[in-house]
Design a protein around this ligand. Structure first.
Ligand code: FE2
Ligand code: FE2
Length: 380
């Protein structure tokens, strides 16, 4: 009968086991100690405790395998808050979107819907690779890496979400996924991000070298402040404008979840950059920042004029572009740098309200838990 405390006992030759044990039994305690290979030496060695004040965002030389004591408790709080926005795309009912896409959207609205997905899906792959392959390995405090590990997971979830929308609606996948390559107006934004990513995705990058450090800081600032903070934030708004009219509400609901994540990614990344600037005693180059904003604005204008070459009801290219400038100023204030577009107007006053899911009654009918746990957060 099988002994569940020792399931293989009944299959073992007990005589043989006894003989083996006799042969290998140590003769006395002294032999036991001296026979041990260098393990006793290792045990006698010890390491100094980790001190919070020795931690650094980058270029730290301490033990990064120990979470606490925290030097950056705000980073741990980001991780805790991120876990309050947990969902999968399968949680959202997409049935109405199939009907809307096939029977209610105009040709211009379909163009907007498809191209927003085409742009976002490639962007999220870039965002995932940036954090997972270029940024995370350079951090030397585990509380930062843990939030970034969560961020990598979230970017993967976002990619799944777009794929779920594309698949559910029945769009031509090879065409949609290749669109950023064949449409120059989309490719311009992707290329700008990809070039920056390529310049920092080097395992041998030496952040003690001032030029390399400068490049890394400006690249991370671009990804956090522009790519996630403006282009994503602004990128969802054409779909939210459809949602306001009762169209593609399933997709919009998915994007509301993603937007929460992206606002946190942006806030976290900018905070990290600010801390690096402080710790490494850096000065951000104003001309370099000016160039970043100008290049980003130019790419957004090109994109918006393609996306909205024909305006849709309640949303046009001019509003989209002006709103990019308005959000860019907001991100700059968060970074304590100059506002790049002084006087930019809030053309989409409804967006912040709509992005804030606390006011979306229908949304909560399916995800009450998220409402309760996420309600305390400030998503800006
Ligand atoms: Fe994302
Ligand atoms: Fe992100």
């Amino acid at each position: 009968m099988l002994d569940w405390n020792d399931p293989i006992a009944s299959f073992v030759d007990t005589d043989a086991v006894t003989k083996t044990n006799e042969a290998t039994k140590p003769k006395n305690t002294a032999e036991l100690v001296t026979d041990l290979p260098n393990s006793s030496k290792l045990l006698s060695e010890s390491l100094a405790p980790v001190r919070a004040e020795d931690k650094r965002i980058i270029n730290g030389e301490g033990d990064i395998n120990q979470l606490a004591p925290f030097k950056y408790p705000w980073a741990w709080n980001y991780f805790l808050n991120a876990n309050k926005n947990h969902w999968t795309p399968l949680d959202v009912n997409m049935t109405k979107d199939i009907q809307d896409y096939n029977h209610r959207l105009t040709t211009e609205e379909k163009h907007v819907y498809e191209n927003v997905l085409a742009y976002l899906t490639t962007s999220d792959i870039l965002a995932m690779r940036n954090i997972g392959l270029a940024v995370m390995e350079k951090m030397t405090a585990p509380e930062l890496q843990i939030y970034q590990a969560r961020q990598v997971f979230e970017e993967a979830m976002h990619t799944w979400t777009y794929q779920h929308c594309i698949e559910t609606i029945g769009l031509d996948q090879s065409e949609i996924y290749n669109r950023y390559r064949v449409v120059p107006e989309i490719y311009q934004k992707i290329k700008m991000a990809n070039d920056k990513l390529s310049s920092v995705m080097k395992p041998d990058m030496d952040l003690k070298n001032p030029d390399e450090l400068d490049n890394f800081v400006h690249s991370y600032l671009f990804f956090a402040g522009v790519f996630e903070g403006c282009w994503f934030y602004n990128g969802f708004s054409p779909i939210f404008s459809l949602q306001r009219r009762g169209l593609m509400t399933g997709t919009a609901e998915q994007l509301q979840y993603i937007m929460r994540d992206e606002v946190m990614h942006s806030g976290f990344g900018m905070r990290v950059v600010k801390e690096i600037v402080k710790e490494e005693n850096l000065t951000l180059d104003e001309q370099r920042l000016r160039d970043m904003w100008d290049e980003s604005e130019a790419a957004e204008i090109t994109y918006a004029n393609y996306l909205l070459k024909e305006p849709i009801l309640g949303y046009n290219a001019e509003d989209h572009i002006e709103h990019f400038r308005f959000i860019a100023n907001r991100r700059a204030r968060q970074m304590n740098i100059f506002e790049p577009f002084p006087g930019a107007e809030n053309r989409l006053a409804w967006l912040d309200e709509q992005a804030n899911m606390r006011k979306e009654k229908n949304f909560f009918e399916t995800r009450v838990t998220e409402y309760q746990t996420g309600a305390a957060l400030n998503w800006d």
